[in-house]
Design a protein around this ligand. Structure first.
Ligand SMILES: CC(=O)N[C@H](C=O)[C@@H](O)[C@H](O)[C@H](O)CO
Ligand SMILES: CC(=O)C(=O)O
Length: 335
C-alpha cells in the first residue's frame, strides 16, 4: 500500500510523503480567535487515536484562506512545534491570491522547519493557461528552495480547470522542488494519467476526495490528504490494508459504508463536530445558523461517536441538542 520507493530526483531529497495525511481544522475560540492551546492535544489525538502522523495545515479544511497572513504563520508554527518528534511530516498550504503573501508564507514555512509546502491556483484573477499558472507556482516555490513543493489541484473551489496532467508535463524543469500533486477532484482519468506519465519521477500522488480513495488507489495513488482522516484515520488504514491484501470486497465495504454517509460534508460540519476545538471561522461563522451544517453535525455525532474522543455519547447529547436546536424549532414550527 502506498509503497513507491523514495525519490532522489529533487534538489533537496526528503523522506517521501506517503500514506494518510490529515487536513487539520484550525481550532478557534467562540469569539473567533485561534485556539492555540488545543493543538498539542490535537497532535496526540491524531497520532494515538487515529494512527495518522502526517498533516496538511491551513488548507481547505483548515480555512487557511479565511485567515490573515499573521494567523497563518502562527498556526503553522504551532503545528510544527507541537508536532516535533511526534509527527512524520507537516505540510503547510501557502497558497494565496497575492504572490508576495504566498512567498512570505513559503519562506516562513522553511524557516520554522516544515516538511513541505503546497499551493492552490489563484482563484480570483485566475491563470488562464498552464504557463501562467506554472509561473505563479514557480515564484512561490523559489521562495522556499529547500522545501518539497506540492501543487494542490482543487478545480471545483478555485475554478481553475487546467488539467493536472497538462500542468505536470515538464513541471520539474520549471520547479525543481516539485515533489507531488494533491489531487482534490473526481476526474480519475486525469489523476490516472498524471500517475502513469510520471512513473519515473517518483512524485507523490496524494488523492483528496476521501469518498473515492479506493478508486484512486487502483489508479496508483501513493497517499491521501483529507479532512476525514482526522476521525476516520484508523478505519481508512483498515481499508488500505484490505486493498493491500487484495481483499477488494472488504475494501469496497469500507469505502461505501464508512465514507459514503459523509459524502459532501465539508469543513464546517466536520469542525462543528470537534466543538471542543472550536466553531467554524468566517464566512461560515456562526455555523449554528446554518441549518444544514447543524443537521449534518447531528448525524455525524450519531454516526461517529468517536468524533468526540473524550466524551461519552450521553455527555455529547445535550451539546447536540443545543447545536441542532434551530433545526428542531424550525421543524416543529413549520409542521
Ligand atoms: C473540499 C474539501 O474540503 N476537500 C477535502 C480535501 O481536499 C476532502 O478531504 C473532503 O473534505 C472530503 O472528501 C469530504 O467530502
Ligand atoms: C482536504 C484538504 O486537503 C484540505 O483541507 O485542504
Amino acid at each position: 500500500m502506498f509503497s513507491r520507493p523514495t525519490s532522489n530526483s529533487m534538489a533537496s531529497p526528503k523522506k517521501k510523503l506517503q500514506g494518510l495525511v490529515a487536513a487539520t481544522i484550525t481550532p478557534m475560540t467562540e469569539n473567533g480567535e485561534i485556539n492555540f492551546s488545543v493543538i498539542g492535544q490535537y497532535v496526540d489525538y491524531l497520532v494515538k487515536e487515529q494512527g495518522v502522523k502526517n498533516i496538511f495545515v491551513n488548507g481547505t479544511t483548515g480555512e487557511g484562506l479565511s485567515l490573515s497572513v499573521s494567523e497563518r504563520r502562527r498556526v503553522a508554527e504551532e503545528w510544527v512545534t507541537k508536532g516535533k518528534d511526534k509527527l512524520d511530516q507537516v505540510v503547510i498550504h501557502v497558497g494565496a491570491l497575492s504572490l508576495k503573501e504566498s512567498q512570505e508564507l513559503a519562506q516562513h514555512a522553511a524557516e520554522i522547519g516544515a516538511d513541505g509546502i503546497a499551493v492552490i491556483a489563484p482563484f480570483f484573477l485566475k491563470p488562464w493557461t498552464k504557463d501562467v499558472l506554472i509561473n505563479f507556482l514557480k515564484e512561490v516555490a523559489a521562495a522556499a528552495p529547500a522545501l518539497p513543493f506540492y501543487y494542490y489541484h482543487i478545480p471545483a473551489l478555485t475554478g481553475v480547470k487546467i488539467r493536472a496532467e497538462e500542468l505536470l508535463d515538464g513541471i520539474q524543469d520549471k520547479i525543481p522542488t516539485f515533489q507531488g500533486l494533491k489531487f482534490s477532484d473526481t476526474d480519475l482519468l486525469d489523476f490516472g494519467q498524471c500517475v502513469d506519465q510520471h512513473r519515473q519521477q517518483q512524485f507523490a500522488f496524494l488523492f483528496g476526495v476521501d469518498e473515492q480513495l479506493l478508486s484512486a488507489l487502483v489508479m496508483g495513488a501513493t497517499g491521501a490528504v483529507g479532512s476525514t482522516y482526522n476521525y476516520l484515520g484508523k478505519k481508512t488504514s483498515q481499508m488500505l490494508e484490505a486493498f493491500e491484501r487484495k481483499d477488494f470486497s472488504l475494501a469496497l465495504n469500507y469505502q461505501v459504508n464508512v465514507f459514503f454517509p459523509s459524502h459532501g460534508l465539508f469543513s464546517f460540519p466536520i469542525k462543528d463536530s470537534f466543538s471542543s476545538l472550536s466553531p467554524a471561522f468566517l464566512p461560515y461563522l456562526p455555523s449554528l445558523k446554518l441549518p444544514s451544517a447543524s443537521f449534518f453535525t447531528f448525524l455525524l455525532f450519531l454516526s461517529f461517536p468517536c468524533l468526540k474522543p473524550k466524551l461519552s455519547p450521553l455527555s455529547v447529547f445535550p451539546t447536540c441538542l443545543i447545536r441542532t436546536g434551530p433545526i428542531w424549532i424550525w421543524l416543529f414550527s413549520s409542521s
